[in-house]
Every structure is written in C-alpha cells, then in structure tokens.
Design a protein around this ligand. Structure first.
Ligand code: KIV
Length: 284
C-alpha cells in the first residue's frame, strides 16, 4: 500500500464485465463457450470472453432428452462451479424452463437466486417479443440479460424439432422483430441459434448490441458453441454448425480400454504405484 492510496496489486486478473461485452461490437469478435464444471472453466477461462452455463447441461451431462427437466438448483450448482473455476471470463447462466416464463416477478426471483448464490454476472433467457416486458423488468432492477432467439430448445414442444429457423419465406421478419424488441427492452446482447444466415446477418447489422451466433452467420459479432462439441465429446451425430477441434471422445475410449486391459493382465499397478511401510530407526 502506498500511503493513503488504494492497494497496489500485481498481475491481478480482472473479470470481464457487461460493459466489456457491449463495447466489443464492431471492434473484435466475441468468443464464447458453454461449459458447466470448474475444471473445464479453468481450462478455457483465459481464451474466451464469455462462459455460458447453458441448460444444455441437461442433455450433455445428465443424458436427458431435452432441456426441459433442468432445475434452478442444477443451474446454481453448475454456475457456482464455473465461477469458482474462472477468474477472467464473463459468466452468464441460463434461466431454466419454467423458472421465468410465468411473470416478470417470477423471473426476477429466479435470476436473483442465480446471481446471489453463484457470483455469475448475468442470466440468459429464451424468447422474443413475448419476453420483452420481463427483460425490461430485470434490467431495470440490476440484472443483465442475454436474449436467445431463433431456435429455442425450451420450446421444443412447440417447434416439434431442433430444425433451422427463418428459412420459410416470412419467418425472418418475426425473428428480426423479436431481436429489436429485446434490444429495446434492455438486453445487453443476443444469442441467435440455428437461424438462416441472411436473417442472422441482417439482425447483426440492425442491432447496436452484440449478436452472438451458433449455427447462424460468420458475420455475427461473435460465436458460441458447446465446449464438449468442439472437443469431439458429443454424440455420433455432429451438427453442421459444430467444428470439432479435437476428438477427445476417441482418446477417452482408448485410455479406458488400455487401463482395463492392463488391470486384467496384471500390468497395472506396478510396485512403483504402491506404498511401502515406513522404515523405523533401530533403538540403540
Ligand atoms: O444451453 C446452451 O448451451 C445454449 C447455447 C447452445 C447457446 O443455450
């Protein structure tokens, strides 16, 4: 400390803020990943601007067939782990299905639980103009909101499948209107999922907040993918919008099969992997 001044800190990591995310538009692409655990958050922290604790964890980690059964408690546990594992990235958490759709007040309660129990900085919710009132309610009360339009997995029972949005003749205008109403309501940024490229590009050019694409357009202000997908740990069907930067699924199988063989044929463990009794000094 220098006299009465603020403490001098050396090499202290400062976590990115909502202002940092907003200011990136038009300057540099935003890099985001969905991740759910402390060790993974630790690995990706220095390389990404934003970590989303997405409700896709229901399918990726828990083997559920959709995101609908994911609960607020699950999101809080995973979000806390991601915040503990990271120190630089901006951390956003999905509001799970059923925790925010009924009313702005209910959404506020769910968002407060997430932010106060986890230390995350923002919430994401799915929906277009029908959620604008809620987005306004939250943002006016200190809760930054990341919107999510285009394909909305929590609406699977309405959509009927996880297909591409905005490819029918008139669909594009509705998605653009949704985007504009979320920006007007105060969302700091939007995710646009699995939507026709031309519509995604138009939305990116129309809005003044950053638009982050997943299966959308290279012209979006940033990109987000699910970490396990880019690591090659997803299922056998790899969606077109995913690029695998590693094939860890194969590596895991190889390692586990080597281990199983070595245990069965007595190659593992060796004595070097075991502990000896402590040698005691002889009494004179
Ligand atoms: O839940 C999630 O991981 C998401 C991303 C795919 C955007 O919403």
């Amino acid at each position: 400390m220098i006299d009465n001044q603020i403490p001098v800190t050396v090499n202290q990591k400062i976590r990115k803020t909502v202002l940092y995310i907003r200011k990136k538009k038009g300057i540099e692409k935003l890099v985001a990943l969905a991740a759910y655990t402390a060790p993974m958050a630790k690995k990706i922290d220095q390389y990404v601007d934003m970590i989303l604790v997405g409700d896709s964890l229901g399918m990726v980690l828990y083997g559920l067939s959709s995101t609908l059964p994911v609960t607020l408690d699950m999101m809080i546990m995973h979000a806390s782990a991601v915040v503990r594992g990271s120190s630089e990235a901006f951390v956003v958490v999905d509001l799970p299905f059923g925790s925010y759709q009924k009313s702005p007040g209910e959404a506020f309660q769910a968002a407060v639980q997430i932010l106060s129990h986890t230390g995350a900085q923002a919430v994401k919710l799915e929906g277009g103009s029908e959620m604008a009132e809620t987005v306004y309610f939250l943002t006016q009360r200190g809760i930054p909101v990341l919107g999510h339009i285009g394909l909305m997995p929590q609406k699977i029972n309405i959509f009927g499948n996880y297909g591409v949005q905005g490819i029918q003749h008139n669909d594009g205008q509705k998605i653009l209107d949704d985007a504009i109403s979320l920006e007007t309501a105060g969302a700091f940024s939007l995710v646009i999922e699995c939507t026709a490229e031309r519509i995604s590009q138009k939305i990116t050019n129309t809005l003044s907040i950053p638009v982050v694409g997943i299966g959308a357009s290279p012209f979006c202000d940033g990109q987000i993918l699910v970490l396990s997908d880019i690591l090659g740990m997803g299922g056998d069907q790899v969606p077109r919008f995913v690029k695998q930067y590693a094939h860890l699924g194969n590596e895991i199988e190889r390692a586990v099969s080597d281990y199983a063989n070595e245990v069965r044929n007595g190659e593992f463990p060796k004595l070097e992997n075991c502990y000896d009794i402590k040698k005691t000094k002889e009494k004179s």
